[in-house]
Ligand binder design. Sequence first.
Ligand SMILES: Nc1ncnc2c1ncn2[C@@H]1O[C@H](COP(=O)(O)OP(=O)(O)OP(=O)(O)O)[C@@H](O)[C@H]1O
Length: 292
Amino acid sequence: MSHSVRKASLGGDTDRDEIPAGAEKSHLQAIGVSIGYPGSGGSGTEVSPAVDRVDLVLSRGDFVCIVGPSGCGKTTFLNAVAGFLPITGGSLKLDGRDIPGPGPDRAMVFQQASLLPWRNVLDNVTYGLELSKSMKRAQARERARDLLDLVGLSAAADQHPGQLSGGMQQRVNLARALAVDPELLLLDEPFASIDAQTREVMQGELLRICAARDVTALFVTHDITEAAFLADRVCVFSPRPGHIVKEVGIPLPRPREQRFRRMPEFTELVDEISDALYGAAGPSLLTNGGSV
Ligand SMILES: Nc1ncnc2c1ncn2[C@@H]1O[C@H](COP(=O)(O)OP(=O)(O)OP(=O)(O)O)[C@@H](O)[C@H]1O
C-alpha cells in the first residue's frame, strides 16, 4: 500500500501554507499531520482521528520528546514516522521526501526489548544486518562488538537474553537498533519497564550514545522528568485526537549530568511541562486513572 500523503481527509485546515520555522532545512518535517484509524461505523470509509494536525520539525541531532495523556496518539505518530502507518492528512517528510514505508534510515526501540531468546547477545545485535544483507558476516560482527562496547556490554556478548537484567536487555535492544546505522531513532517508552534507578542511568547512557553516533531522536514517554532530562524540546500532546498544545524548550547545557535533576531550573521546566499536560488533559486524565 502506498503511504503517500492524502490531504485533509480528517477535516480541518490541513492544506495550510504556513511552514513551521526552520522547516526548509529540517531532517523530519511534519506539517498538519493527521492520522486516523478505520471508524466503527462499518462503512469502510469512516475514519476516526487519533492524531490531529501536528506540526513538528526536527533538525539533525535534535532530541525531541513527546508526552501526553494515555491514548492521545503518541505511538500512532511515531508509527507514522517509522513508516508503519499512513497519514490521513497533512505532510510528513524525511529529508524533504514523503515517507513511503519503513526504511534503514529509521530504527524503532520499543518498551519491551523483544530479543531473540535463542540467539546470544552478539547475534541479536547482528540480526538486523543479516536480514538487510548490507554487509559481510565478519564486518557485521565487528560492528556489533563496537556497539556492545558503546552500550557497556562487551562482556555479555556470549550470553543469552534470559541471563540479562531488564536494563541490560534494553541496552542490547538499543545496540541492535543502532546496528543498521539509523539517522533517526524512534523510541517508544523504552525505559518504562525498568526500575527507577537503572532508568536514570540509561537516560544518561542514551544521551551519550546519541551524541557519539550523531543520531536524531524522537522519544515518547509518560515520564515528565525523563522528557525534561533528555530533550532539547518537549512536545505536549492534548488528549485524543492528539495535537501539540505546547512545545517546551529545555535550555540546559549538554552533556547533561545527573545532578541537573536537582537544579531549580530543572524543576521549573518539569513544572512547566506538567502544567501544560494537566491543563490540556483536564478531567480526561482522571478517566484514564490519572495515568499520563
Ligand atoms: N490499530 C488500531 N486500530 C484502531 N485504533 C487504534 C489502533 N491503535 C491505536 N488505536 C487507538 O488510537 C488512539 C491512540 O493510540 P496510541 O497507541 O497512539 O496512543 P498513545 O498516546 O501512544 O497511548 P499510550 O500512552 O497509552 O501508549 C487510542 O485511542 C487507541 O485506542
